[in-house]
Design a protein around this ligand. Structure first.
Ligand code: SAM
Length: 469
């Protein structure tokens, strides 16, 4: 039985409903009239249902696919302008008691070096990240109640927020840790986290159980209902994701959108972000061992269809993907990217010895943050280190209603320019600084209200004098 308002995973992610959706999408993949109607609805910028979006994903007509891409790009511009939010992952610990077959942290992997950062090491890692210019982090940890209990995660968050290094502190700490209880989500909320991120990995229950044969993560319902508990614990912003490659992509796509519909139906606010990781090579892991790998073309189509289905949801792409893939994804809907990432525990301070390999997966985009910032600006994007929404309480449904009404752009654009200016003053290479300054001058002209433009110019001058927020 399908019921988006149900609190039971198997009802809001109903297997039968997904199969029915996939059959409907296959039947209609060349139904020009229906596809045109769905595209017309999407142009109203209020999103699509999982059934409608699944038809677009299945569509095989080249001219319609082109229209999907064009619309995705337009919606991206309408809701996010040309700003791209920057972040970096910080791996705290790779101790893990789960048996996830695609992840090198799985408990049976005896040759991976197990590491857990001490608070002193965290300070060093965070300073190294701050020296690059990062202001927004995503904390990552395996699931291990003995080595990484909630108290450890909370202590790490407290340490990170307390570090005042050179030009200020880390402004937003997002957290990607295993599904937990309402009580522990409340503690994370009180610790001041930004988004709570948890990838579903796969929405297909049977595959989920096979891919997570042992450990607490084996429990499909507990994992799938985690975002409801997080919201019950007071967390406003939650981030969904699927690990593409594990199951059939069309199944995952429908499940992902049903999950978003469920959150909206029950909590009045959909996901803050959606991540689109693909399975990568890692110690003990061969991505070819999974049958459902997707090529770059399908990957681009998924991104475009997510952008159209949930236009007000941020979309994240990590350094798992190459520069080329990321460039295309930015056009089609991605609004946040990581840069200069290390996926090993302690990786920002020290290169790992060859034999240790504690990386979670191979990074494809190995460029420095400065190179990524430079590249984004060459492409006409504004790299943004902004976290003003979070600090001003524009999270959860407040953020969503602003975003849905298109208002978020009115304050995001000047904020992005000011944080970019800070980055250019404090961290950029001379070449990056030069093109950044020119970009800021050009983009000032795109602030419609004269008063706002004047205030922005004033703040930019203050930043140049050395004043920091
Ligand atoms: N322990 C936490 C949990 O259970 O959700 C989360 C953290 S894990 C460090 C972050 C994510 O990395 C996982 O949710 C998974 O989707 C992804 N991941 C694991 N192995 C991967 C691989 N080989 N390639 C790409 N991504 C991978």
């Amino acid at each position: 039985m399908y019921d988006p308002k149900s609190m039971k995973a198997e009802e809001f992610i109903s297997h039968e409903e997904i199969l029915d959706t996939l059959a409907y999408a296959q039947e209609n993949k060349n139904n020009e009239k229906l596809i045109d109607t769905i595209l017309e609805k999407a142009k109203l910028r209020k999103g699509l249902t999982h059934r409608e979006a699944s038809v677009l994903l299945a569509c095989e007509m080249p001219d319609k696919i082109q229209q999907i891409y064009t619309l995705a790009e337009q919606l991206k511009k309408d809701f996010y302008g040309n700003r791209i939010v920057m972040f970096a992952p910080l791996y705290l610990s790779n101790y893990c008691i789960n048996g996830c077959v695609y992840c090198p942290y799985h408990a049976k992997n005896k040759h991976i070096a197990r590491k857990k950062l001490t608070q002193e090491e965290i300070v060093k890692e965070v300073m190294a990240l701050q020296d690059m210019g990062h202001k927004r982090l995503a904390l990552e940890a395996g699931e291990d109640p003995v080595n990484n209990p909630i108290e450890y995660i909370l202590e790490c968050i407290k340490t990170i927020y307390s570090i005042q290094h050179k030009n200020g502190a880390i402004r937003r700490v997002n957290v990607n840790v295993a599904a937990t209880t309402v009580e522990e989500y409340r503690m994370l909320k009180e610790a001041g986290i930004g988004t709570y991120i948890l990838f579903q990995e796969t929405y297909h229950k049977e595959s989920y159980e096979q891919l997570h044969p042992t450990g607490p993560k084996h429990n499909y319902a507990y994992h799938t209902e985690a975002m409801d508990r997080a919201m019950e614990g007071g967390i406003d912003d939650v981030g969904l994701g699927v690990l593409f490659g594990l199951e059939r992509y069309a199944y995952e796509f429908a499940g992902l959108l049903m999950h978003a519909e469920h959150l909206e139906a029950v909590h009045g606010v959909g996901p803050h972000t959606i991540s689109v990781p693909r399975v990568k090579r890692a110690d003990d892991i061969d991505p070819d061992a999974f049958d459902n790998g997707i090529d770059d073309e399908i990957f681009a189509k998924i991104i475009a269809c997510i952008r159209i289905a949930v236009p007000y949801t941020g979309m994240i792409i990590s350094t798992r993907e190459s520069k080329e893939v990321r460039e295309r994804a930015l056009h089609l809907g991605v609004s946040q990217i990581s840069g200069g990432s290390r996926t090993s525990v302690g990786g920002y301070c020290e290169e790992e010895p060859e034999d240790e390999n504690s990386e979670q997966f191979d990074v494809s985009d190995k460029r420095t943050l400065d190179e990524v910032v430079h590249w984004l600006m060459d492409l006409g994007y504004i790299p943004s280190f902004c976290t003003a929404c979070y600090r001003e309480g524009r999270t959860g449904d407040r953020f969503m209603s602003l975003c849905k009404s298109g208002q978020i752009q009115n304050c995001c654009h000047p904020n992005a320019l000011m944080t970019l200016k800070e980055y250019l003053e404090d961290y950029a290479s001379p070449d990056t600084k030069k093109i950044g300054e020119a970009l800021i001058q050009k983009e000032l002209g795109n602030i419609p209200k004269e008063k706002v433009r004047e205030i922005t110019v004033h703040h930019l001058q203050e930043i140049e004098k050395g004043n920091r927020d």
